[in-house]
Design a protein around this ligand. Structure first.
Ligand code: GLN
Length: 291
């Protein structure tokens, strides 16, 4: 089987199951198997695949046809111009979340402090922690997650992007995790910035998410409780205790949640600011702690 025919076969099959970009995806999967750049497969489309390469390619085409996200198949997603490993243990980093990171980078560029202490709650793949540590050379980050396996991925990503020495990884939920920080004996346990892209889908809405998300992404990273706002309530309350004077809390929010999250934050935070994503949806809320 030569590359040209394998691509056509894969394309036809992916198209038949409703894939929206079958040609591109068949090419991406074949490159993944051959460990080559996409220019190779077009410049050498008469290259004869070995039996093993062809078999491997079809395994991936079938996984994709079943709806497994391309990022989990490739174990890779780019975020803020950096490379991240992703596995089904962690949420796939989204472009919307880049708005959250960029908002914090903007905010930090105005800070006069020599060092910036950041806490990332629910770090998942580590995309927020790692990119903040990467772009803010004077930052120290604590990355908190309830799942040990996602912390391993996040750690791997920190190492991959050369910021492992500036991130501490802490396992725990919001309450125990923060308590661990408090009792860790360090005296710098207050933060300039607390950031979180928490699970924010209302439990009853998980079932109506698109299949790729619903069946393949970890529900623990999606489920925000009855109305989707559980984590905003908990983090707003607990977070206030861990922020320095003038410290900032920054959230990513789901569609139509901005107003409710603002009203949750209002009691403990001032100067609330809403930032829109590239589609014009209110995506980030940030505010300064009232202390
Ligand atoms: N912080 C990670 C991200 O933004 C994980 C978020 C989550 O699991 N809800 O992708």
């Amino acid at each position: 089987m030569i590359i040209r025919d394998a691509l056509l076969e894969g394309l036809d099959f992916l198209r038949s199951v409703g894939n929206e970009a079958p040609a591109i995806e068949a090419g991406v999967l074949l490159c993944h198997v051959l460990k080559c750049h996409k220019t190779f497969i077009y410049a050498h489309d008469d290259y004869k695949l070995s039996e093993i390469e062809y078999q491997k390619y079809w395994e991936l085409i079938l996984k994709r046809a079943q709806g497994k996200p391309l990022q989990y198949i490739m174990e890779h997603q780019e975020f803020m111009g950096l490379n991240f490993k992703v596995t089904p243990e962690v949420l796939i980093p989204r472009q919307d979340t880049e708005i959250l990171v960029e908002s914090i980078l903007d905010y930090a560029s105005d800070l006069k402090d020599d060092s910036i202490d950041i806490l990332d709650i629910g770090t998942g793949s580590g995309c927020i922690s790692v990119s903040l540590a990467y772009y803010l050379k004077n930052s120290k980050v604590k990355a908190l997650d309830i799942n040990l396996k996602s912390l391993e991925i996040a750690k791997f990503n920190a190492q991959k992007n050369s910021v492992l020495n500036r991130i501490d990884f802490i396992c725990g939920d919001i309450f125990t995790g923060l308590k661990n920080i408090l009792t860790s004996g360090e005296n710098n346990n207050l933060f300039d910035v607390i950031v979180s892209n928490p699970p924010y889908i209302a439990s009853h809405e998980i079932d109506i998410l698109e299949k790729q998300v619903r069946e393949f992404e970890p529900s623990i990273a999606l489920d925000g409780g009855m109305d989707g706002l559980d984590f905003y309530r908990a983090i707003s309350k607990e977070g206030a205790l861990f922020l320095k004077e003038q410290g900032l809390l920054a959230f990513e929010v789901g569609i139509y949640q901005a107003e409710e999250v603002c009203s949750i934050m209002e009691e403990r935070y001032k100067d609330l600011k809403i930032i829109k994503d590239l589609s014009g949806i209110d995506r980030v809320i940030m505010g300064t702690v009232r202390k």
